[in-house]
Design a binder for this molecule. Sequence first.
Ligand SMILES: NC(=O)c1ccc[n+]([C@@H]2O[C@H](COP(=O)([O-])OP(=O)(O)OC[C@H]3O[C@@H](n4cnc5c(N)ncnc54)[C@H](O)[C@@H]3O)[C@@H](O)[C@H]2O)c1
Length: 454
Amino acid sequence: MSQHMPNAYAADDIPSTPGKFKSEKLPYIHRLRWYSPLSKLTFWSFLLLFLIFFFVIASPPTSSPSSSPPLDSSRRSLRTAAWGGLEWERRVRLSARIRGGTTPHRNNNLRNGLCVLVTGAAGFVGAHASMALKRRGDGVLGLDNFNDYYDQSLKRARQSQLERVGVFIVEGDINDSTLLQKLFDMVAFTHVMHFAAQAGVRYAMNNPDSYVHSNIAGLVSLLEACKFANPQPAFVWASSSSVYGLNSKVPFSERDRTDQPASLYAATKKAGEEITHSYNHIYGLSITGLRFFTVYGPWGRPDMAYFFFTKDILKGKQITIFEGPNHGTVARDFTYIDDIVKGCLGALDTTKKSTGSGGKKKGPAQYRIFNLGNTSPVGVLELVKVLEKLLKVKANKKILPMPRNGDVLYTHANITLAQREIGYKPTTDLHTGLKKFVRWYLSYYSDARKKGSW
Ligand SMILES: NC(=O)c1ccc[n+]([C@@H]2O[C@H](COP(=O)([O-])OP(=O)(O)OC[C@H]3O[C@@H](n4cnc5c(N)ncnc54)[C@H](O)[C@@H]3O)[C@@H](O)[C@H]2O)c1
């Protein structure tokens, strides 16, 4: 009972009409009560004027073209000072310009080159894909919120590398529908290459909301912008091999079941596949989902085993290696970044156009899902052996049973479909790929200036 007492007092303080304010709390208003009717009239007139001012002048404009997505006011808070202004607009247009062409505008037909919005462009895969697209002459605009899931200076370093080849990364969140609308108003993207996500399996145990924010809400926000864009872009995005979850049939084929996720991360990627399907079905968006298998390489992600093993081995720190039940090997189908990027470009180049316009479907649209793996799983112990050889340092290993934290024991891709449909053909074995990674790592971390290059 006593818990409820303060609320009872608080309720007592709330007046049922303005005249009921208690004198000791608001003496001025109390005094007004005893003045002439003229004073009352003056008071209410001021109040009315104030309300008119507040709603008419202070509120943002509500008009939005019928073909544009409605603005969600709850998301305006995502807007940061990091975007907007004439100089910013100039950089957006320049970055999105196809080599030898101009930035495609709403009513222009494109004859050559793609104009791609790359989300998560400051991330590992996004930065590599943006670089490859720009180098072959496509227009590329990046979008990234530079979150602090891992070392932000690495994201900034990737950004500087991209700036050198003319890729501008807009700083913003994919949940910011106002920003997305602005970008789609400025540039007629032919494609969206969507990498922005909360990656990592184990972090979901600390921060589950970040997965919902980026992988579910953010995805929907981006698809909404694509659905209203005119022309609608084709949408290619990063799903994950983790959708195979507890599936034990190997190698994993796109036809295998994916309804037993082992982590929240996997569940959000699976949800993404269903969500994109619904936008394909209802609004005619052309969709391609790519299930990446453990991507590694230069400029990689510090939260991944090959990366932090390298760091810890060099520091002489003990590394923990997990094993499955009955000392079973934990293995991954490690896939080198350049092979993944070729797969992404192959996917972009074979998309069919979206069929909708003005938020309405005009006909059936393409929907595809492909595995992008290496087809040769390697045990984690073997990975460490290769690193020891390349680093010329013996690792101090501790072997423990794998905890139940969302990781799966084994991944192995069947890539027949991707081979046939998008010409995907990985060519880098683990030793060759790790050699390139180690070379980059040593150069990047050799001094404070982070001098690694692409
Ligand atoms: N690297 C892998 O092994 C692997 C495997 C399977 C799937 N994937 C998927 O591939 C994609 C790229 O992975 P990565 O390894 O490059 O990860 P990454 O973390 O390096 O890149 C993701 C980028 O997205 C940005 N981002 C996150 N949420 C955002 C938001 N709400 N708005 C704007 N930007 C946001 C981050 O700042 C980051 O730079 C992800 O979708 C990931 O789930 C990666």
